[in-house]
Write a protein that binds this ligand. Sequence first.
Ligand code: UD1
Ligand code: CA
Length: 456
Amino acid sequence: MNNIYGVILGAGEGTRMKSCLPKVLHKVAGKELISHVIDCLNHVKLQKLFVVIGSGSDLVLKHLKRFDENLNITTALQEKRLGSGHALLQIKKYAEGLKGHLIVMCGDTPLVRQETIKQLLQYHIKNKNFATILSGIVNEPFGYGRIVRDSNGNVSCIIEEKSASQEQKQIKEINSGIYCFDLETLWQALSKVKNDNNKKEYYLTDVISILNKSGYKTDALSITNEEEILGINDRKQLAYASKILRNRKLDKLMSDGITIIDPTTTYIDNDVIIGQDTVIKPNTSIEGKVKIGKNCQIGPNTCICNSLIGDDTIILYSYVDGSNIKNNVKIGPFSHIRPDSILKDNVKVGNFSEVKKSVIDKGSKVNHLSYIGDAIIGKDVNIGAGTITCNYDGNNKHQTIIQDEVFVGSNVNLVAPVKIGKKVLIAAGSTITENVLPNKLTIARARQIIKVRKKK
Ligand code: UD1
Ligand code: CA
């Protein structure tokens, strides 16, 4: 299909969030509300996506830029928030004349599944509807627009809570705020919407009765999973939605062959990829864009953000951020791997060691209490306990290079910039300020003296 368009209404003020951040940029399960909606629509192969944003939404505009490559997004600014109908009207100047179907979603419904949107579209097209509402049957319809059906069961209008009669308030079928419209008939109907209601707003929902009265078929596809259509208005709902999304993600991972020891204390963002037979232990967060290979053991008490992890790697009681960890690596307990680090196969970074912006080549070990920053470390290097790369002179960072098979004794300071040649041995307690050529032994500490002790 090549005549499907989408629009996200996202200009609402989000007052109940009590936040300086636009509502649609708040995150659920590690991803902005609007990004969830965009990703959902992205599966429908849209011809174009329109986004209606509110004034002062420079941040939203900036955020949308990251989707530029894959999606054809046009934004429209709604300067005054005069209602959802008025919001949709803002894209008329870009969309008038287009033929096909328009899927309308709100920017604050992150739980809708892509399958549901596909179903809505198929139902709309199959039944030759001019407007199809995604509706839901809920126990607590308060606050939602109600779907009013005639004696034949056909949808005749949507009535908003504030305008509903006592009898209409009993209706449990509600409007999710998600619709599919025939583009050609939409604009004329939308221009007939008035703001003669309690809120003095132009309600998009009024389009349904206008179309219906003009003889255009209006319909609703009702879904039973009411959590899918939850709109986020406050922080409690934000937390609730995060929990639902996280559970969905954990269920999916477990059915794909990943062991999650304790789902109640495991937080894995939506875009995380994990390979078969990897075990995730309790109290572990995996955030942002992370890919983990097969047969790994992650956790307990571990946080991994925006990193790549190979196969057979073990990470326990540690924090890994923005790094590339290869196969059969062991990190922790209690290690901190900071951004731009590369740990190649069979590397070990152990107890209370920190690595920053460094490359550690195959088989090397940083097992105890070390700081490795701005360093390039070769293969099979042993970094003794308490070794520090002194990389910062107060103004600039400097590099330490340690070539293959170097043995660095315990408690060594490497004052960068400095280069240690292949197979060098650095004696324990040395402060190294000068380059060392390959195969040398270097000692840089005061010689021990022993004197007679004066007794008191
Ligand atoms: C709306 C529906 C209601 C439905 C409910 C589902 C209307 C009139 N009512 O009510 O039937 O049950 O959603 O959650 O549409 N927006 C703008 N500009 C505006 C006003 C709103 O962009 O001037 C956007 C909001 O960002 C939001 C959407 O339109 O994404 C819906 O507006 P909102 O004020 O949240 O409507 P509800 O009262 O929730
Ligand atoms: Ca809403």
